[in-house]
Design a protein around this ligand. Structure first.
Ligand code: HEC
Ligand code: HEC
Length: 217
């Protein structure tokens, strides 16, 4: 009886996955009620100039969005957005302007679209990645630094919904974000998670980690 129930549940789950292939709404990290088809239109019209039509940006200052968890992308878009002239939760002059004209539904849709695209990952430049790998995998207990892998996964794929994919990203972008978390310029991380981590990193460690992230799989 129990076995039949499990089989039935599995079959239903499969059916749900097949149906969701179009809407991507049931995938891990997906945003319920999103329409990636409509998102593709926004991406082509508004975002492609900097993030490319498929989210594999060509310029290191513009982060890759392809394959990122939709829930994370949606959260960032909401954080860039501001109402009533208040300071947005994530401050960036370019992106604050870009989301100004988007509705909440637009943000869900474009997040779902970019999330559904396949990441073309960067490569690490340095072959000397031992220090970065040690910090990434194990942190450093002597100074209360947690392992990056604990939140972002062993391969950098992240853990939906909260923890973004960081593997394969441009090193320049990751370095800039780690420094922004460290000096508090970026402060949209729940419970100060990334600010507490970045506060314990030196410039050299940030550089090494950012390069490592570009290559981690
Ligand atoms: C003129 C260039 C430009 C355009 C057009 C643009 N972006 Fe961006 N985007 C950027 C830059 C630069 C950043 C990095 C901001 C920072 O350093 O914090 C960024 C960051 C982001 C992030 C954060 C990613 C992360 O990993 O945290 C998201 C999400 C995003 N953009 C989505 C969009 C969407 C959706 C559109 C279209 C509606 C768009 N962008 C249009 C330049 C652009
Ligand atoms: C306790 C959990 C936690 C740990 C440990 C952690 N992170 Fe994060 N990290 C997060 C969260 C949560 C975010 C997204 C914050 C937000 O919502 O904007 C993030 C965001 C980032 C980003 C920005 C991603 C983007 O697309 O903008 C980078 C880069 C990053 N982390 C690198 C690291 C590195 C390197 C380490 C290890 C030194 C690390 N993280 C350790 C939770 C963690």
């Amino acid at each position: 009886m129990i076995q039949r129930f499990i089989l039935l549940a599995l079959a239903l789950a499969f059916a749900a996955t097949a149906e969701a292939a179009d809407s991507a709404s049931n995938a891990p990290g997906a945003v319920p009620g999103s329409d990636p088809g409509k998102g593709q239109k926004i991406a082509a019209e508004v975002c492609a100039a900097c993030h490319n039509p498929d989210g594999n940006s060509a310029i290191a200052q513009n982060p890759k969005l392809a394959g990122q968890h939709a829930a994370y992308l949606y959260k960032q878009l909401r954080n860039f957005h501001t109402a009533d002239g208040k300071t947005p939760e994530r401050v960036n002059a370019i992106m604050n302007g870009m989301v100004a004209g988007l509705s909440d539904q637009d943000m869900k849709n474009v997040a779902a679209f970019y999330s559904s695209q396949t990441l073309k990952p960067e490569q690490a430049k340095s072959k000397d990645f031992e220090l970065a790998q040690k910090l990434y995998r194990g942190g450093d207990a002597t100074r209360g630094l947690p392992a990056c892998a604990g939140c972002h996964g062993a391969t950098g794929a992240g853990i939906p919904d909260e923890y973004p994919r960081i593997g394969g990203q441009f090193a320049e972008y990751s370095e800039a974000q780690l420094k922004a978390f460290r000096n508090g310029e970026r402060s949209n991380d729940p419970n100060r998670m990334m600010r507490l981590v970045a506060a314990r990193l030196s410039d050299a460690e940030i550089k090494a980690l950012a390069d490592y992230l570009a290559g981690v799989r």
